[in-house]
Design a binder for this molecule. Structure first.
Ligand code: IMP
Length: 426
């Protein structure tokens, strides 16, 4: 399909980067449209492992144009490190990368604010952010008075803007109990240097995307985080600060929804979450530990151990519908293939009532008890299979039930980080 998006259906880290990387050869343009350096997309090509935070996974394909749209918040030093490390490894980064001049910039005050705020629990639990300044930067974007966009960094009043905002942020940080100091002159010098280096990549990406679509170019949208972390539709307040479900594609990129023909939902065969917040199927026992070790479930961006649990079909059915997905890519099937027994959460018990809708309030979600169906493990190495039909019967039954509960077909399964460790539906 000429215009496709790839969306994570859980709490992020579903291995979307791998699916995007597999698809890029069929597209002219790959677009990142929300989130920022909180994302970490790992792409494995042979023995090479690439960890990308802002730059779309399409950068590994020489024929693809990579666009970072207005909805993303940019951390210039991280971007420059990404560009340099790709260049060092022989990946060309020149006129195949564009950043929207409308995208907002994360400044040191945002990171200081994130640190100060995250130590203050929300309703008894801290959000556990990635401390990349994401929430504070989006807060300033929506607040408008203290926001600086990429395009603004090349304008004459950039120095005055930094000075004005630093003064405001200093008193704010003091009130938050932070002892971080902000030096306006040093920040201005540092960020002017970044602006100069990023200048060749700065563009009106909205105009470029609309022109490209009208000219018949194909576009792949790469979601960051997962739909359960969506600011409007996720497990608020334990979410990120952007629309990370399928509904975010248009707002973040500037491409009207009518262009999007296909939405691929990516989910793990189990569930993980980093940071705070309710997680009904969490396994705080040996099985959770086993899944974490088998799946190497440690954050790409922060290295934090991820919380692990069973597949939650109530949550994924919700996000699959919310994101308008056409089919599922089921990831980490090699991990569940090693377990003696598996469970799928088919409903929740909320105060004695069986429900299959996803609660809107984090407190309700915290109270639900998962209702499970249990499946015998198949305990077979599936890494050598060449097609869906080669799957062991147990794996087939597990996927068939999961697909029935979510209400969408399984179109792809992945059983390892390599491009080759993937099969598509026959
Ligand atoms: P923030 O996006 O840094 O503000 O973090 C808010 C919440 O989203 C925290 O629970 C983070 O752990 C989570 N989060 C943010 N980005 C990612 C991601 O790329 N993968 C998984 N969780 C994420």
């Amino acid at each position: 399909m000429a215009v496709t998006s790839v969306i994570g259906l859980q709490w992020g880290d579903e291995a979307k980067g791998k699916i995007v990387d597999l698809l890029t050869s069929g597209f002219d343009i790959v677009v990142r449209y929300q989130g920022g350096a909180n994302a970490g997309h790992t792409v494995v090509v042979g023995s090479d492992v690439y960890k990308l935070h802002h730059i779309p996974s399409g950068i590994l394909n020489p024929n693809v144009m990579n666009v970072v749209a207005p909805g993303v918040v940019l951390n210039p030093p991280t971007i420059l490190q990404e560009i340099d490390s790709l260049a060092k490894r022989g990946i060309e980064v020149s006129n195949n990368l564009m950043f929207s001049e409308r995208a907002h910039v994360v400044f040191p005050w945002h990171i200081a604010e994130d640190r100060a705020m995250d130590s203050k629990p929300v309703g008894g639990e801290s959000i556990g952010t990635t401390l990349r300044g994401i929430g504070p930067c989006y807060r300033d974007k929506y607040g408008r008075s203290n926001a600086i966009r990429l395009g603004d960094m090349c304008r004459k009043d950039f120095r005055e803007e930094v000075e004005r905002i630093v003064e405001f942020k200093r008193s704010m940080l003091t009130q938050l109990g932070s002892d971080e100091t902000l030096d306006a002159a040093a920040i201005y010098d540092e960020f002017s240097g970044y602006a100069e280096r990023l200048q060749p990549f700065v563009a009106d990406t909205t105009g470029y995307l609309l022109d490209s679509l009208e000219a018949g170019k194909s576009v792949l949208f790469e979601g960051a985080q997962g739909a359960l972390l969506d600011i409007d539709h996720g497990t608020f307040p334990f979410v990120t600060s952007s629309n990370s479900s399928g509904v975010g594609v248009s707002g973040g990129s500037g491409v009207p929804a009518r262009w999007i023909e296909k939405v691929i939902g990516v989910a793990k065969a189990y569930t993980t979450r980093v940071g705070g917040g309710p997680f009904p199927t969490e396994l705080e026992d040996e099985m959770g530990e086993r899944i974490r070790e088998l799946g190497n479930e440690y954050g790409t961006t922060t290295g934090r151990p991820r919380r692990c649990g069973w597949f939650d079909a109530v949550a994924v059915r919700y996000t699959a519908r919310l994101s308008g997905i056409s089919g599922l890519s089921m990831m980490m099937m090699d991990v569940v293939s090693q377990l003696p027994e598996l469970k799928i959460c088919v409903a929740y018990d909320l105060d004695g009532e069986r429900i299959t809708n996803f609660p809107t309030h984090a407190d309700d979600l915290r109270r639900v008890k998962p209702v499970y169906e249990t499946f015998p493990g198949w305990e077979q190495d599936i890494t050598g299979i060449g097609k869906m039909g080669d799957l062991p019967d147990g794996a087939r039954r597990y996927l068939d039930r999961l697909s029935e509960l979510v209400g969408r077909p399984v179109e792809v399964i992945s059983f390892g980080p390599d491009r080759e460790q993937t099969v598509f539906a026959d």
